[in-house]
Design a protein around this ligand. Sequence first.
Ligand code: FE
Ligand code: FE
Ligand code: ZN
Length: 284
Amino acid sequence: MRELRVGCHLSTASGYAAMALDAVSIGATTFAFFTRNPRGGNARQLDEKDLAAFLATLEKHGIGPLVAHAPYTYNLCSSKPETVEFARRAMREDLARMERLPGHLYNFHPGSHVKQGTDEGIRLICEGLNEVLEPGQATTVLLETMAGKGTEVGRSFEELARIIDGVRHDELLGVCLDTCHVADAGYDIVHDLDGVLDEFDRVIGLSRLRALHLNDSKNPLGSHKDRHEKTGAGTLGLETFCAVVTNERLAGLPMVLETPQDGLDGWAHEIALLRGMAAGEATA
Ligand code: FE
Ligand code: FE
Ligand code: ZN
């Protein structure tokens, strides 16, 4: 029977230990969280007791790897030097803190080049990563596939491959595939998931694929909008998610829901739904 590593994005508002218990309560075996307030600012100091209880709960319930998410406000390729400097410093701090929970994943949005063009955007992202990544660090950093809204870099597998190519310690890099974003970017995972994975493999290499964000999309293929929808309620539909959770090449990867929900119950329901679909295939 296939064991699905699935969860959702959770809040750190009540602390790390409480977040791990939330994960247990909804049947999650992985999850995401913001490494600091998404509006930016300073990260809270880690509370040692909270951290110990958090790690104990992960261990007891076999939860992980986690997919920590950098705030959306980081932009390694902004046209403003102070914004670039903030992103570099914040990522360094986040990764230093991640060393306290070794072996997990940290994903970020490559950035928006504003009006500087894709080439300059990629150059700045590579320069930033070369400054931020520490050889031997215990966290793998994941570039997220983007919808291509505005001037987002990472709208195609080629752009992600160019970033990876320009980073010295590329052994520390992977990719997080967001189902809403790739569809909005124009990759037809609805009709041809395997063809899209073949393309990913050809351009980036499937061994780089380390996590997925599971989101339905409010908009049609290639819309470049990035508006998430509940699982099955958007243009991807349940069949696409069934194909994702039963795909052999995606087996074992952490899959994190970022669907719009009012509370934990909504995610508990979607997690159960996905597990059911994954198990259904095994018995068929
Ligand atoms: Fe994201
Ligand atoms: Fe995402
Ligand atoms: Zn998104």
